[in-house]
Design a protein. Structure first.
Length: 236
C-alpha cells in the first residue's frame, strides 16, 4: 500500500469519529441516541449493533455497486441492511435477552437509521470494499463513542454510579444526590444540548459570524468554492 493510499485510509477512518461524527457533527440517528442512552449498557449494545450492520452492509453494497441498477438501489440497500439487522436481533435475543428487551424497538429501527443508509448511499455504493469497510468502522466507532459519552453521563448523574453489564466502573460519593431527571427524556435533551455546546466551543466555531453570514444570504448556506448560495446560485 502506497503512502498516499495509507494516509487516505487513515483519514477516512478518523473522519467518521471526529470530522463527520454522525451524532455531534452530522446530527444523524438522534432518535435512538436520545432514547437508548439511559445507561452505559444500552449505549454499548446499540453501538456494537450499529457497527456490525454498518460493516456488513458496506461489504455487500460495495460488492454490488456495479451491478445494482440506479433506479432500485435504495430498496436494494434497505434489503441488505434489514438482513443484517435481523441477524443482530437474533443474536441479542438468543444471547443477551435483557439487553434486547432494554433496546426494544430501536434494534429493528436500525433498518431505517440515516447513518447506515447514508453511508451506503454516499460512500459504499461508490467505493471499493476495503475503504468502505474502513469508513463503516470509523463511522460506527464515532457513533458508539457518542452514545457512550451521553449514556455514561446520564447514568452517572441520574443514578450516582456507572455500571457495565453488571460490573461497577465508577461510583460518586455517598453524599451525592442523584438527579433522576438525567435518565428521563428531558435529561437526554439537556445532556445532548450541553455536549453539543461544549464541542462547538472547543472546536472554535464562531456562531455569531456564522449566523450573521447566513442572514446576509437569506439564511442559505454558502458554497465557498463557487461563491454562491447553495439553494439557487443566483447571487455572485
Amino acid at each position: 500500500m502506497s503512502k498516499n493510499k495509507s494516509n487516505k485510509t487513515v483519514a477516512q477512518f478518523f473522519k467518521g469519529i471526529f470530522k463527520e461524527n454522525p451524532i455531534f457533527i452530522s446530527a444523524l440517528g438522534l432518535c435512538p441516541t436520545l432514547a437508548v442512552t439511559t445507561s452505559l449498557d444500552n449505549a454499548v449494545g446499540m453501538g456494537l449493533s450499529v457497527i456490525f450492520v454498518l460493516i456488513f452492509s458496506a461489504i455487500f453494497v460495495s460488492s454490488l455497486r456495479k451491478t445494482t441498477p440506479s433506479n432500485v438501489r435504495i430498496p436494494v440497500f434497505i434489503i441488505i441492511i434489514a438482513t443484517f439487522v435481523t441477524i443482530i436481533q437474533f443474536i441479542l435475543k438468543g444471547f443477551y435477552p435483557a439487553l434486547d428487551e432494554s433496546l426494544g424497538i430501536f434494534i429493528p429501527l436500525i433498518v431505517v437509521n440515516c447513518i447506515i443508509l447514508g453511508r451506503a448511499e454516499s460512500f459504499a455504493s461508490k467505493n471499493k470494499i476495503f475503504i468502505s469497510i474502513i469508513d463503516a468502522i470509523g463511522t460506527g466507532i464515532g457513533f458508539m463513542l457518542a452514545l457512550i459519552l451521553i449514556g455514561g453521563i446520564r447514568e452517572l448523574i441520574g443514578t450516582g454510579k456507572l455500571l457495565l453489564f453488571g460490573k461497577q466502573l465508577l461510583s460518586l460519593s455517598a453524599g451525592f444526590e442523584p438527579f433522576s431527571i438525567a435518565v428521563l427524556a428531558p435529561g437526554a435533551l439537556l445532556t445532548m444540548g450541553l455536549l453539543l455546546a461544549l464541542i462547538n466551543l472547543l472546536s472554535g466555531v464562531d456562531w455569531k459570524k456564522q449566523m450573521s453570514h447566513a442572514e446576509g444570504h437569506g439564511g442559505d448556506s454558502v458554497d465557498k468554492s463557487h461563491k454562491t448560495c447553495s439553494s439557487c446560485g443566483g447571487c455572485k
